[in-house]
Design a protein around this ligand. Structure first.
Ligand SMILES: [Zn+2]
Length: 263
């Protein structure tokens, strides 16, 4: 019997389109790109990307989502995403019903527009419009934000501290992230323009997710604002995007055309 093998690779042309759409991948070296491409292909084959409300997701779109989802686990492996399978893709921001019981026991319900969501024990939800705005190297990345929540939730809750690797100092992590979170809140209250998206000041889980976006999008900004947070994320993700970015900048400045005398 002939069994049709499920396609597990990303075509050369599709991968070229992914690299074109995601400038944050420019600093990766050849080995890292190969590894990312392999992970992204396995991600597409193993997860279920489910567009809704008339949205369409073609092979390049799926690979663009997968490549960004896999960048944080480049050194950790796909097993880090074992606890979930589905990515729901809305055309744009979507409305999410929220509810909360206040201290007096009164239940409040309201609607909030979201660009992404990660459900505990459920899917990742993304706005396709926001996927399109991600990966440019400006600090915003809805895919990385949501998968960071998924990594955080591996120990049961999105509290801003994912399960750490052996040898990592959990007390130092909590101390440094708390200090950075409080510093960000203080600066916002004082009317300063924060170095990272002020959504990070909402709660520690959001701080971790936003810091993760910056770690891969604008590592220089994060390192300058919160160097200890950068250091913990480098140890957690087992990657050094700032070193990669600086290497790329050195190469680019060496290749820059020299000004001819008299011109
Ligand atoms: Zn979030």
């Amino acid at each position: 019997m002939w069994v049709r093998r499920r396609k597990r690779a990303i075509d050369e042309a599709d991968w070229a389109a992914v690299l074109e759409r995601l400038p944050i991948l420019d600093p990766l070296d050849d080995g890292e790109r190969r590894r990312l491409r392999g992970l992204a292909a396995r991600f597409v084959a193993g997860k279920s990307i489910e567009p809704v409300q008339g949205q369409r997701v073609d092979a390049v779109d799926a690979a663009v989502i997968a490549a960004q989802a896999c960048l944080p686990i480049l050194a950790l492996g796909l097993d880090a995403y074992r606890s979930w399978r589905t990515i729901v893709v809305y055309p744009a921001g979507f409305v999410s019903r929220e509810h909360e019981v206040d201290e007096a026991g009164v239940e409040h319900e309201w609607e909030e527009e979201r660009s992404g969501e990660s459900w505990l024990g459920g899917p990742v939800v993304l706005s396709f419009e926001d996927v399109g705005a991600s990966g440019c190297g400006d600090g915003y990345n809805v895919v990385i934000h949501e998968v960071a929540h998924k990594l955080d939730m591996l120990d049961g809750e999105a509290n801003g501290r994912p399960p750490l690797h052996p040898g990592m100092d959990a007390a130092a992590w909590s101390r440094d992230f708390t200090a950075a979170f409080e510093d960000l809140n203080r600066r916002i209250e004082a009317g300063e323009t924060p170095a990272i998206d002020e959504y990070a000041a909402e709660e520690p889980g959001e701080f971790f997710a936003v810091a993760s976006e910056c770690f891969f999008e604008t590592p220089d900004v994060l390192e300058a604002a919160y160097p200890s947070v950068y250091g913990h994320l480098r140890a957690f993700y087992r990657q050094d995007p700032l070193a990669r970015l600086e290497r790329l900048r050195r190469v680019q400045s060496a290749e820059a055309p020299r000004r001819l005398p008299g011109s």
